[in-house]
Ligand binder design. Structure first.
Ligand SMILES: [Zn+2]
Length: 252
């Protein structure tokens, strides 16, 4: 049994066959998933999906790409959405200095405000960090973020060690299966067992075997195989470990 801690099954990419995708996930042993918001509409759709499907939980938040639109009204809508009992996290929030679709000061501001919300509501924070490792870790420290998962971890071992020292979780996605990504495999080999979770980030980032295709939660199995091999664990043992971690993280 596995938990996909970061999916986007509310996206229109899944409108035609969402039920089948969820059924395939179940057959593959993906018992639960967290579908993650990235702007208000996507957060609303995440909550709707969670209400409709028992195996789906929701995270609500504003991605750094949309940070320039973040204001008090945004927060009011998030506050309403957070009342749903199946909302288990805030995010994805963070910094994206690769695409820079919002000005960096706006990204930092929206990130800060969502750290406060996570603390106020006692929810974990799902962090997006792309080419902003140092700045992301600095904001998390400055704002004293509490329960944190670094989604689709892409930092080096030194960053991972710092994250583990602070008690953060690291989430491993499909790129761990990419031939060139030896650096990420090294992070996994050294991972602190109680701070490791798995994700697809579907429809993005399919594991190597499915590159070029739409990713989906059932493909988490490929990532889990790779991670289990790196940790010299059986798939069952890795499933137990990462499921326990995900349940503790999201309190599900
Ligand atoms: Zn995502």
């Amino acid at each position: 049994m596995l938990i996909d801690t970061h999916a986007h099954i509310q996206m229109t990419e899944f409108d035609a066959d969402r039920g089948e995708v969820l059924a395939r996930a179940k057959s593959a042993g993906i018992e639960l998933m967290v579908t993650v918001g990235y702007h208000l509409e996507a957060s609303q759709r995440a909550v709707d999906a969670a209400q409709r499907y028992s195996q789906v939980y929701a995270s609500i938040g504003i991605h750094p790409h949309d940070a320039r639109h973040y204001d008090d009204a945004t927060e009011e809508v998030l506050r309403e959405l957070a009342k749903s009992p199946k909302v288990v996290a805030i995010g994805e929030a963070g910094l994206d200095f690769y695409r820079d679709r919002s000005p960096r000061p706006a990204q930092v501001q929206a990130f800060r405000r969502q750290i406060y919300l996570a603390k106020e509501w006692g929810l974990p924070l799902i962090v997006h960090d792309r080419e902003a490792h140092q700045e992301t870790m600095q904001v998390l420290k400055d704002e004293q973020a509490e329960v944190v998962v670094l989604h689709c971890f892409s930092g080096d071992l030194a960053m991972a060690e710092e994250a583990w020292d602070r008690g953060y979780y690291i989430s491993i996605a499909g790129p761990v299966t990419y031939p060139k990504n030896e650096a990420l495999r090294e992070v996994v080999r050294r991972a602190r067992p109680d701070r490791l979770v798995l994700e697809t980030d579907c429809p993005y980032l399919p594991p190597q075997a499915f590159r070029g295709q739409r990713n989906e939660p059932a493909h988490l199995l490929k990532t889990a195989h790779e991670v289990a091999g790196l940790l010299r664990m059986s798939l069952d043992a890795l499933g137990l470990l990462t499921t326990e971690n995900a349940r503790r993280l999201f309190r599900i």
